[in-house]
Design a protein around this ligand. Structure first.
Ligand code: 7TS
Length: 411
């Protein structure tokens, strides 16, 4: 099946009207919609297999355990990890990054060390490092974005200036959730490795769109969320190289993560169980494996090409509007699947509210990129983000709504 119209019958939620207009969902960067197959996997688990994992010897518990571990292996394969033990289930990207910031950072960083981030990080890949820096005495550095509208992306000409041997970890986003920029992740990992720094890739935005292979990327950690790749909310994963995970201390204690417990102290299982204290999110993990099957059934290269095409069309369709400022790549340059923009005299929240009255779901705000927005001198932008179920007709409806916004507010 090709991305676009043909997929829409898989997504029940898309078949509805909002305020008397057909829903046009352009907020997949916030969360993606779920295909029937994923919804069916969830209800099937609860209807037939529900039991706790790794504990029971009864049929349902063994079935649930098998399905849960199968899901881990499926996810590992989805990202090209060699070993399912390198895949830790978490609640999502934020949780995965906090895991590394709490455990690896606390055990390994000391005053004089630096963590390199970029100016385009989501708060999820910034605030955990601020907390880690405060705990360990390490400092934070930020690789700048270049251009008044960040149109040149990361300033790679200045990378050597920031990526010095003091840097112990370079944590960066694969794809910006505000700029529509896909970063050259493999090159960034290679440059980090050359100075002895580990790398963490925030793949929240790229995971459901781009073909992605942790071994080809050469990263040490990779964090992502299930809900941005057609899976359920509340589930995601941290990939970590096996030797690194096994050397990291646990961060949450409880059942499932221990080897032996005495009143006087405990010892831990190896990864990934070491980092999965308590009953895990079993049903959502299993349904996330179904999301992997769904996406690979369509093909991630085809999904990426489709999303990039729609974003470029949307960019071209609104670029001539009076007073508009579009962030990220200039017209004609490659753009990942979203476009975020601001009008000189219209607040982004007015744009989004107006679009909603046309049935068009956008996001408005700082997109959890507050420092970036401040640097660019913008309080907020409106953002249209595209996914496999969007169509060219929806891009045209979005563009028509934006033309109406300008007329309505008389900008
Ligand atoms: N990193 C990036 C690049 C993101 O875009 C997001 C979520 C996160 C991390 C956090 O993911 P979570 O699943 O743990 O919340 N971004 C957005 C967004 O752009 N609009 O809503 C959420």
């Amino acid at each position: 099946m090709r991305p676009g119209q043909a997929t829409r019958s898989d997504f029940p939620v898309l078949d509805q009207q909002v305020g008397g207009k057909p829903l046009i969902y352009l907020d997949s960067a916030a969360t993606a919609q779920k295909p029937r197959q994923v919804i069916a996997a969830l209800s099937s688990f609860y209807e037939r297999d529900n039991a706790n994992v790794h504990r029971g010897l009864h049929a349902l518990s063994m079935r649930a355990t098998d399905a849960f571990e199968h899901a881990r292996a499926r996810l590992a394969r989805f990202i090209g990890a060699a070993d399912p033990a390198e895949l830790v289930f978490t609640a999502g990207t934020t949780d995965s990054i906090n895991l590394v910031a709490q455990t690896w950072a606390t055990a390994n960083l000391r005053p004089g060390d630096a963590i390199l981030l970029t100016e385009m990080e989501h708060h999820s890949n910034l605030v955990p490092w601020q907390l880690a820096a405060a705990r360990t005495g390490a400092t934070l550095r930020f690789l700048p974005v270049a251009g008044d509208d960040a149109e040149h992306g990361l300033d790679l000409d200045r990378l050597d200036e920031f990526l010095t041997p003091q840097v112990k970890l370079f944590a960066f986003t694969h794809q910006s959730n505000t700029l529509g920029i896909l970063n050259p992740a493999a090159e960034l990992c290679r440059r980090a490795r050359a100075v002895g720094a580990l790398t963490l890739i925030d793949a929240a935005q790229s995971i459901g769109h781009e073909a992605l292979d942790v071994q080809a990327l050469g990263c040490d950690f990779l964090a992502f969320s299930g809900h941005k790749m057609c899976g359920p909310t509340g589930i995601g994963a941290l990939y970590g190289r096996r030797a690194l995970l096994d050397a990291m201390p646990p961060w949450r204690g409880g059942g499932g993560m221990i080897e032996n417990v005495e009143f006087s102290g405990s010892t831990w299982k190896p990864a990934p169980e070491r980092f999965e204290a308590g009953t895990p999110n079993i049903a959502d993990a299993i349904a996330l494996a179904t999301a992997c099957d769904y996406l690979d059934g369509i093909g991630r290269p085809a999904i990426a090409a489709h999303d990039h095409h729609l974003a470029a069309l949307a960019h071209a369709a609104i670029a001539g509007l009076p007073g508009i400022r579009i962030l990220g790549p200039r017209l004609g340059s490659p753009r990942a699947g979203l476009v975020s923009f601001a009008f000189k005299d219209i607040h982004a929240h007015d744009v989004v509210t107006f679009a909603d009255q046309q049935g068009v779901a956008l996001r408005g705000g700082h997109h959890c990129n507050m420092p970036l927005m401040k640097k660019l001198g913008l309080p907020s932008t409106a953002r249209a983000s595209f996914y496999l179920y969007n169509t060219e007709a929806e891009v045209a409806a979005f563009a028509a709504a934006m033309h109406k916004v300008v007329k309505f507010f008389g900008a």
